[in-house]
Design a protein around this ligand. Structure first.
Ligand code: FES
Length: 437
């Protein structure tokens, strides 16, 4: 086993919630035998790091614990060919933390310096222990253990983003339409119970067909084969999906499923073209964006593939992805509707529609489209289950956005505006309440 490495030449002062913290001295973080090629999260002076070896038996590397792109914990990264590869979009970092590959930039792309990971001032192995010095320290080497057993500090939580985050219980979400159940779950004169924004709601279909909710909601509606609740006056309309009016379109619903990830993170994953481009390196086409009221659409033409892909978003969590095969005239539309149930639970409703510019759609074409949508959803759920995240960061500088992230940036911008509207509404309601108290 290699012995030591000291005085990292790319020192960056670690931050806690955006605040630099002085931390001179050496900190024991793990036994040497516990550190292999799987990143292990440790703490030193209250800062979270991952320690690992980029090859079996190599020196220990210590890096900041989150990927700068989307703040994914690097405990989910893997070591590939001596590099640390983030599990989400495959950015790769060398043992010093320098970002050496970003697949979405293509083979000629150069990662920007901001993509680098920060690292402690020094990392060293001594007496069977791994020690970190987060900041420059007068002692050139860690102390000898002299037969005693050092006590690593508890592993700290990862620092939250410095700016606002849209989580599943954000007050602005009161002012929105939310899907709460497939229409087929609510029989004539029947009741159903559902979770939304941390509360249990009972929806009743009266004999005449009208819907009501308990506790009372501003609105209960039925659209696109789904029951919707708007707890308070909504700031955004329900999304129009013209395909649903096409009598020749065929459609199918995936069984509703749940994720511990936030609705914002699931929306982001759905729009994420750079991840869907996959690995190895392949440059991602950048969509043309049009901002609309409380949403946007992005169109991306792939000349070589003969495809046109359109993504549409309506705040907060109504999403459409339409894929047109320009050679066959087949149009596949996937509707993803997200129900923020609780802080750690989002229900996912997915509909797949297939139509053709001329002629009928075969049952096989629908089965293929449903299988593909299921695979994409399963991939999103598996990825997000591994690193969770309590919400979607809304402050642009909390993450690192590249050209390929244009839809994700548009999502954050739309949701930031939506949350600001909600906050303004909340303040107005509070002022009104005080005025009438
Ligand atoms: S590559 Fe790490 S989050 Fe995107």
């Amino acid at each position: 086993m290699a012995s030591s490495r000291t005085a990292n030449s790319r020192t960056t002062t670690p931050l806690t919630g955006g605040r630099a913290m002085a931390s001179t001295g050496w900190y024991p973080v793990a036994r040497s035998s516990e550190v292999g090629t799987t990143p292990r999260q440790v703490g030193a002076a209250g800062q979270a790091y991952v320690v690992l070896r980029t090859r079996p038996g190599a020196e220990v590397t210590a890096l900041s614990a989150r990927c700068p792109h989307r703040l994914v914990p690097l405990t989910t990264a893997t070591v590939v060919d001596g590099r640390v590869r983030c599990s989400y979009h495959g950015w790769e970092f060398n043992a010093e933390g320098r970002c050496v590959e970003i697949p979405s930039l293509g083979p000629a792309g150069t990662p920007p310096p901001r993509a680098d990971l920060s690292a402690p001032w020094a990392v060293e192995e001594r007496d069977g222990w791994v020690w970190l010095a987060p900041d420059p320290t007068p002692a050139a080497r860690p102390p000898r253990t002299d037969g005693t057993t050092p006590s690593p500090e508890p592993v700290p939580d990862l620092p939250p983003p410095a700016g606002p985050v849209l989580d599943n219980l954000h007050p602005a979400l009161e002012h929105a339409w939310h899907p709460v159940a497939p229409s087929t779950d609510l029989r004539a004169s029947g009741y159903l119970q559902t979770r939304l924004l941390g509360r249990t709601w009972t929806v009743h279909r009266r004999a005449g067909g009208e819907l009501d909710a308990d506790p009372p909601a501003w609105g209960v509606a039925e659209r696109l084969g789904v029951v919707w609740i708007a707890p308070a006056e909504p700031w955004a309309e329900l999304l129009a999906v013209p395909e649903t009016a096409d009598p020749l379109a065929v459609s199918g619903w995936l069984p509703p499923t749940r994720s511990p990830a936030s609705a914002g993170a699931l929306a982001d994953a759905f729009l994420d073209t750079s991840r869907r481009a996959g690995h190895p390196t392949s440059e991602v086409a950048v969509p043309e964006l049009t901002y609309e009221r409380n949403g946007f659409s992005g169109v991306q033409e792939e000349q070589l593939g003969g495809r046109r892909v359109t993504a549409v978003h309506r705040a907060p969590f109504q999403l459409v992805r339409r894929e047109e095969d320009l050679r066959t005239g087949v149009v596949t539309t996937v509707l993803r509707l997200l129900q923020p149930e609780d802080a750690d639970s989002t229900r996912v409703h997915t509909c797949v529609l297939v139509q053709r510019t001329s002629g009928a759609v075969s049952p096989r074409a629908l089965a293929t489209a449903v299988a593909s949508a299921t695979a994409a959803l399963d991939e999103d759920l598996a990825l997000l289950a591994r690193w969770g995240g309590t919400g979607l960061p809304l402050l642009p500088r909390d993450e690192l956005h590249l050209r390929a992230d244009r839809l994700g940036v548009a999502l954050r911008r739309t949701l930031a505006d939506f949350a600001a509207d909600g906050a303004a509404a909340g303040q107005a309601e509070e002022l009104q309440r005080r005025a009438t108290a």
